[in-house]
Design a protein around this ligand. Structure first.
Ligand code: ADP
Ligand code: MG
Length: 845
């Protein structure tokens, strides 16, 4: 490291250029030795000079070069934490926690000084000097303290990931930094990236008039041999398992890192690998986990108490790692001749891609391999994913028990956020989980897609940190070349912008269209979002005629909606549910609607519009939505009942059988449960003062509540109203039959057809709202379908979606009526609705 001048601590706030004072840190020799091996340490002086002299600096360096752990320490030692805090943002919670712990450890400081803050958790104190947080947390802080006056430096880490929040933070900070400078209270901004692809930040003149200087940290990277498969198997988890068995059996020592897409895949693979290479301590722990899980299944309400969960998480410090004693294993006994030759490596790769082999049953294969002596060496298998408790995450950094080979099964958390030591082999599924948003409904779903070439190369790079390594890609080079995009698209260009628009507007950013995004979302999208928000009542209506420069203001409802971590239409439904004990139902509905395919095969193809009333699934749906307002609530009622009933079955330990018998997807039930917990906690924390509890086995709503829920659905889906095509006006018999289930939707020219799975199909009510519309090829032409149907009363439209109603002619109505009994005035309202221009029947004014 560069020698530092020793001076007495500064007593005044730093000015530009920053006057370096040296704040001593007392590190252990061990830590100091580990730091000296990090590439960024050699560049400390250049990095700090650049930071001292420029308000904004970009630091790019290969994963593992020491950016996240060292830059905050450089800043601390240079006095940046003396008067204000050093803030570091991470897109992932995992990284925020792990890095704060590591830095505290390296600096020999307590967690009260080097702390973290994520959405539900944190250990920040008034004494905190270095604060790691998720990017969402900092964005929320800007809402209340626009100048970020508590901070002297903000480090935006992992900017290459292009998370929506980090992107917005870059835009906001590009304005905050000059403002702070003007007030002689400078704020430094450091943008850190694991890739050199930073042109969106440097070459964007709307963002930074003067491109900020870039410093590259040169990291030593050993060569990594890439092995493609001849074929790309669909079951990449099974393939990853097979590949790992082979590597472990045939290849010399060195850790294995496996990339799959999600927590469930990670756990599945970890279980299989532990079973294949038993290791006593791991077995013990596995059993503990199982017992724990069983207990949880017996008492599911436990899961719903987040505070308790967090308390438990903190309590459950695992001690077993310190207590193990291991049998000595002589590795040489198990080495195969010629193990470490390059040629052999390729042979392994090649013979693995033998198409025949894919047909082998996994367990047969397992038996075959565990019969050979070469696989007796225990494998130290560790999972890694974002929701893993931080104690368990830390295990990837702890020493591997003697005689064991390290094997980490991870989601793309290990791609750039966390550097796992001692990895020599990477097994890359080539897949990642992406949140895709339905353009029509805004409902999101997680789907597994191929990663990008950039991600694949990052993953490959993980094998070359300690010595030359190998990367086994579980896909062919043709797939890589043809189907992998060069880079992942920035998140901001993939998501609907309604919630983003509302959140930014609530922060006081009036002209979102002019916001300096690093990569701006589509302008038309932004305008459409503004319009939808106005219809929803989150923004004031755009008054026609009056031309004003300012975009419509955020309404009070809009501010409430912005507090819910869901799309604004769901936010509005939740906001309106704060009455009549409706919140638990709406929470459940929003959760169920956000999870795809809760109900398995409903006995009909999506493009089949022939009803199959006899199917078992249809019977189930009909009986779940039976009776008065339940029937009128329609398909959402089926979802409510499905979730409540499944959870009830779960408390008696037969969730699986129940799901099997009634055609539900058990995984979806679990996802819904998690979402319900998350939403409920969010509401408890941010929105309502009344503590709301999640009752997993939600009782069906009362008849009155079901009626309210219909209104609430209308309030959120006001632009998705449809009216039945009036059949009596059609004389042609054939045409009448064709249009039997046809509806006119507000914004569509073509009629859309009620989906065959809808419980409201037989009844075909006159007025409905739908959750989803989609188009399918039907013979030579397209046909529109709508599903997720709820019946509404047309007079509700005036109350819940006034912006779409045109009540111009009310006053001219020749026949106003007065209902003496109810004391209400009725009149015929000639209301046009959307483009459809429907006439509403009786309106209540
Ligand atoms: P970068 O941000 O450039 O990717 P990091 O600062 O995250 O690099 O990591 C630097 C080094 O610190 C890596 O070699 C990593 O393995 C090591 N490291 C990080 N956290 C821990 C920990 N908890 N225990 C031991 N080593 C760690
Ligand atoms: Mg990092």
């Amino acid at each position: 490291p560069q020698p530092k001048p020793k001076t007495s601590p500064a007593t005044t706030a730093p000015v530009i250029p920053h006057q370096t004072v040296y704040v001593p840190v007392h590190r252990t020799d061990e830590v100091q030795a580990a730091r000296l091996r990090l590439p960024i340490l050699a560049e400390e002086q250049q990095v700090m000079e650049l930071i001292n002299e420029h308000p904004i600096v970009i630091v790019a360096g290969e994963t593992g070069s020491g950016k996240t752990t060292q830059v905050p320490q450089f800043l601390y030692e240079a006095g940046y934490a003396q008067h204000k805090m050093i803030g570091i943002t991470e897109p992932r919670r995992v990284a925020a926690i792990a890095m704060s712990k590591r830095v505290a450890h390296e600096m020999n400081l307590p967690s009260s000084e080097v702390s973290y803050l994520i959405r539900f958790e944190g250990n920040v104190t008034p004494a905190t000097r270095i604060k790691f947080m998720t990017d969402g947390v900092l964005l929320k802080e800007i809402e209340t303290d626009f100048l970020l006056s508590k901070y002297s430096v903000i480090v935006l880490d992992e900017a290459h990931e292009r998370s929506v929040y980090t992107d917005i933070l870059v835009g906001l900070l590009s304005r905050i930094v000059p403002l702070r400078h003007k007030r002689s209270n400078p704020l430094k901004l450091i943008i850190m990236s694991a890739t050199l692809r930073v042109s969106d930040f440097t070459e964007n003149t709307r963002l930074f008039k003067v491109p900020p200087p870039l410093i590259k940290v040169e990291a030593r990277q050993y060569p990594v041999t890439i092995h493609f498969q001849k074929r790309t198997p669909d079951d990449y988890v099974a393939e990853a398992y097979r590949k790992t068995l082979k590597i472990h059996a045939k290849l010399p020592e060195g850790g294995i890192l496996i990339f799959v897409t999600g927590q469930q895949e990670v756990n599945q693979l970890v279980r299989k690998l532990r079973r294949a290479f038993p290791y006593t301590v791991q077995q013990k722990e596995q059993k503990e986990q199982q017992d724990h899980k069983q207990q949880e299944e017996l008492e599911p309400e436990k899961e719903f108490d987040l505070k308790r969960t967090i308390r438990n998480m903190r309590k459950s410090k695992k001690k077993f790692l310190n207590q193990i004693s291991l049998p000595k294993i002589n590795l040489d006994d198990y080495k195969l001749p010629g193990d470490d030759t390059e040629a052999d490596m390729h042979e392994v790769a090649d013979d693995d891609s033998d198409p025949e082999e894919h047909d082998l049953l996994e367990d047969d294969h397992l038996n075959e391999l565990t019969d050979t002596a070469s696989t007796k060496q225990p494998l130290w298998v560790l999972p890694l994913y974002s929701l893993l408790s931080s104690e368990k995450q830390q295990r990837i950094f702890q020493p591997v028990p003697e005689g064991c080979r390290l094997c980490v099964v991870s989601t793309n958390v290990a791609e750039t956020s966390l550097t796992i030591p001692h990895i020599k082999y990477v097994v890359d599924s080539g897949r990642q989980k992406t949140r895709l948003y339905d353009k029509l409904t805004g409902v999101s779903a997680f789907v597994v897609t191929y990663t990008s070439k950039a991600s694949a190369d990052q993953r490959t790079g993980r094998a070359g940190r300690i010595s030359a390594g190998h990367c086994y890609r579980l896909y062919s080079s043709a797939v890589y070349n043809d189907l992998f995009a060069d880079f992942n698209q920035p998140d901001i260009q993939q998501k609907p912008v309604d919630d983003l628009m509302l959140q930014m507007r609530c922060m006081g950013i009036d002209r979102v269209v002019h916001f300096p995004f690093p990569s701006p979302p589509d302008q038309l999208q932004l305008q459409a979002a503004e319009h939808r928000l106005a219809v929803l009542g989150a923004l004031k209506p755009i008054s026609s005629g009056v031309t004003t420069d300012l975009p419509p203001a955020v309404t009070q409802l809009g501010h409430v909606i912005s507090h819910f971590p869901v799309s604004p239409r769901f936010g509005k439904m939740l906001a309106l549910s704060n009455q009549q004990q409706l919140l638990p139902y709406t929470v459940c509905l929003v959760a169920a609607l956000s999870v795809q395919e809760l109900l398995i095969d409903t006995g009909v193809q999506r493009d089949d519009d022939v009803p199959s009333h006899s199917s078992k699934f249809h019977q189930r749906n009909m009986s779940w939505a039976a009776g008065g307002n339940y029937r009128l609530l329609g398909d959402p009622m089926v979802l409510l009942r499905a979730v409540g009933a499944a959870e009830y079955a779960g408390t008696r330990g037969n969730l699986a059988e129940f799901c099997e018998a009634y055609g539900l997807r058990p995984k979806a039930i679990n996802e819904v449960r998690k979402l319900r917990v998350q939403l409920t906690n969010e509401i408890n924390l941010n929105v309502s003062d009344v503590e709301l509890c999640v009752d997993p086995q939600l009782k069906p709503p009362s008849n009155a509540q079901a009626r309210f829920l219909r209104q609430i659905l209308l309030a959120g889906m006001g632009d998705r109203v449809a009216r039945k095509v009036p059949l009596d006006e059609i004389t042609d018999k054939e045409e009448r039959r064709r249009l039997k289930y046809a509806y006119n939707c507000a914004d569509m020219e073509q009629p859309a057809f009620l989906h065959a799975t809808s419980v409201l199909r037989q009844m075909s009510p006159d007025w409905i709202v739908y959750q989803e519309a989609y188009e399918l090829m039907h013979g030579d032409s397209n046909k529109m379908f709508i599903r997720g149907i709820t019946a509404i009363e047309p007079e509700w439209l005036l109350l819940y979606v006034p912006m779409l109603c045109n009540i111009r002619q009310v006053l001219d109505d020749p026949a106003p009526r007065y209902d003496a009994i109810k004391g209400q005035i009725y009149c015929y309202v000639d209301a046009t609705f959307g483009k459809a221009g429907w006439q509403l029947p009786l309106g209540e004014v």
